[in-house]
Design a protein around this ligand. Structure first.
Ligand code: HMG
Ligand code: MG
Length: 325
């Protein structure tokens, strides 16, 4: 039954790499995306149209988008690629590439095919004023007015699907546990009203706990946010990501973000480590009888390859266990 189907969003090429100090070659980033596409993952966050002064590692996102549109990747299923854009400047940089490759991507009204991948834009708000200032250099209200423009332009110009993140929903590096779930629900409702197709709830710091996850999701449900419009984006800094995933799953959420090898961290969240590892997520879902469509051994191999390639520890417990490391 479709109730047992879970959608995993692979954020490794973006969230996993954005915080790396050493410049990762474009070829390595493209190879990572290519390898991930062969594991059964269908949705891959591939880059970020942000200021290169703020996040230098994401500077070649235009080239990445260009490559992905030029020649479709070999994959078992049709793919959708997602790119962050915090403002019209970033969106227009993406549009410059799109206008060079018209008709080479699916819009939100046509399902992606193996020849024409789907394309999605992601905006990112914060649940606290201090995180908004650090991450976006503006207050929440200003960020929302920019996202309204981005969402409208993404839809009007290219009929793109838009995901909207809300960061620090379960704990903030600057305001601690003082994050109001009602504020999160209000921001989520605002973003949906602006036309966002999905709200991704970011536990940026990994401070989330099972009871707080439950409280947050109950609060969103009371505000009328539907489970099918929500994705969970857990970082694993405190090792609670799978526990919180279980709570969200029980609540009825079916979309979860993860990062191969557990790569990642947010440049504006000191000490935050990677997203929950894709390998751990796939293994966990399988043990529950949930269907991810992802081949565990294949994704373990990708985690082994990329962590060696960029000389990082493999942060996936399942990956290490399967590899016998
Ligand atoms: P700002 O400095 O206030 O921007 O930054 P500005 O409008 O004043 O412009 C300053 C300069 O930046 C100008 O260039 C602009 O053209 C340029 P100059 O005239 O000085 O040469 N600029 C841009 N260049 C390229 N792309 C753009 C862009 N916008 C302006 N889009 C801004 C505001 C939002 C741009 C900046 O704060 C920024 O880029 N922030 C991004 C921070 C970021 O990427 N954080 C990580 C991603 S979010 C995350 O990881 C959390 C998540 O995983 C969920 C979770 O875990 O919670 C999603
Ligand atoms: Mg993140």
């Amino acid at each position: 039954s479709s109730d047992y189907r879970v959608k995993l969003v692979e954020v490794g090429p973006r969230d996993g790499l954005q915080n790396e100090k050493r410049t990762i070659p474009l070829a390595t980033k493209l190879e990572l995306i290519e390898r991930l596409a062969k594991t059964g993952l269908t949705t891959i966050e591939a880059g970020s149209f942000v200021s290169p002064k703020w996040v230098p590692q994401m500077e070649n996102s235009s080239e990445i988008l260009q490559h992905l549109l030029q020649k479709p990747l070999l994959s078992a299923n049709p793919l959708t690629f997602s790119f962050l854009a915090p403002n019209l400047k970033g969106l227009n940089n993406a549009f410059t590439v799109l206008s060079q490759h018209p008709d080479s991507f699916a819009t939100e009204n046509t399902p992606p095919t193996k020849e024409k991948p789907g394309l999605e834009i992601a905006v990112f708000a914060a649940a606290t004023e201090s995180f908004s200032r650090k991450n976006l250099n503006c207050d929440i209200a200003t960020s929302l007015s920019r996202f309204r423009e981005v969402i409208q332009a993404a839809k009007d110009t290219h009929s793109l699907r838009v995901r909207a993140y809300i960061s620090v929903v379960l704990g903030c590096p600057f305001e601690g546990y003082d994050v109001d779930p009602h504020r999160v629900a209000q921001i989520a409702t605002d973003l949906l009203e602006m036309g966002a197709d999905e709200i991704a709830l970011g536990d940026t710091t990994g401070m989330g706990t099972a009871p707080r996850t439950k409280e947050l999701l109950n609060c969103l449900a009371k505000a009328g946010v539907r489970n099918e419009d929500v994705a969970m984006h857990f970082h694993n800094t405190y090792g609670q990501a799978l526990v919180n995933t279980a709570v969200a799953l029980e609540h009825g959420i079916r979309t979860f973000d993860c990062s191969v090898g557990g790569l990642g961290g947010c440049p504006y969240s000191p000490g935050a480590t990677g997203n929950v590892a894709t390998e751990d997520m796939v293994y966990f879902m399988e043990t529950l009888g949930m269907n991810t469509g992802v081949d565990l051994d294949a994704v373990v191999d990708v985690g082994d390859w990329i962590t060696k390639e960029i000389e990082k520890d493999n942060a996936s417990a399942v990956g290490k266990a399967v590899l016998g490391a």
